[in-house]
Design a protein around this ligand. Structure first.
Ligand SMILES: [Zn+2]
Length: 268
């Protein structure tokens, strides 16, 4: 679409061991990596894909990930840089419900919210090895209550303002904005393809591939529910990259991120 613009909202950074980022491959050792959300400013509305992490939550529950986040790297701060407020966002779509993708959902009580049909029940009854991933439950009263963590609901969340529209398979969110179903990292994980009139498409892997090295070598992240599905999802993304001649952006790649457009700079 002629007027589509894609902004990456810098959400600060976290630390993981290299063996977590590149599962069974490494090398080990601390890696500090970026976290960001994606704003698609489209003629049909403003679509926010993921909402970063909540600094206080990470300090409290996962302090070993050593969060670094300035005021401008919170979701309201990053939107303000663009002259926007949370109420300007029409749709919040979550690629999945890991804590570093849902932390700002609570700022959008009025936006329409969308996710894969299996992500909510999985977050509510996750596997033991997924507990840290699905640890910030402020995005849903239903999930927080199911997990006995209603104390996280401190922003006036209700069943009505944390209700999600459920989707499955590939879905066109708006003309030229396609949610690409890429399970493996989580049961209902999505990547994002954005097509423009005047530039190459953007293919955002989101957590189907944290980094270029994951993607090029079919290496899952340590956080996953189905590693075989994860490898197949990376292969599918590479097929789409080829078919569409897309520019690929990774979700947590410290090297690539340096060259990404952030803040007021945009793709479009
Ligand atoms: Zn994740």
């Amino acid at each position: 679409m002629a007027d589509t613009k894609v902004f990456l909202l810098d959400g600060g950074s976290l630390v993981l061991d290299g063996f977590h980022i590149w599962w069974n491959k490494g090398p080990g050792g601390e890696v500090r990596f970026p976290v960001y959300s994606v704003l698609v400013d489209h003629p049909k509305g403003k679509f926010l894909i993921d909402t970063g992490y909540d600094f206080d939550h990470v300090q409290k529950v996962l302090p070993f990930e050593k969060p670094q986040q300035t005021g401008q790297q919170t979701i309201p701060g990053a939107l303000k840089l663009l002259g926007l407020e949370p109420r300007d966002i029409d749709v919040v779509f979550n690629s999945h419900f890991h804590f570093d993708h849902v932390g700002g959902n609570k700022f959008f009580p009025d936006a329409k919210k969308i996710c894969h049909k299996d992500e909510l029940p999985q977050a509510a009854r996750c596997q033991p090895f997924e507990v840290l991933g699905y640890s910030d439950l402020a995005f849903s009263t239903e999930v927080a209550e199911a997990r006995g963590m209603s104390d996280q609901l401190t922003m006036g969340q209700t069943g009505a303002n944390t209700k999600y529209e459920l989707i499955e398979g590939d879905v066109e969110l708006a003309p030229g904005v396609t949610l690409v179903y890429t399970p493996g990292h989580t049961v209902g994980h999505y990547s994002l393809l954005v097509e423009f009139d005047n530039r190459r498409p953007l293919l955002l892997t989101l957590d189907a591939a944290y980094t270029r090295k994951n993607y090029d070598n079919d290496i899952n992240a340590g956080f996953h529910i189905d590693p075989v599905a994860g490898v197949n999802s990376m292969r599918r993304l590479k097929q789409i990259e080829k078919e569409k001649n897309a520019e690929v952006l990774f979700s947590h790649d410290p090297e690539s991120f340096k060259d990404y457009k952030t803040g007021v700079n945009f793709y479009g």
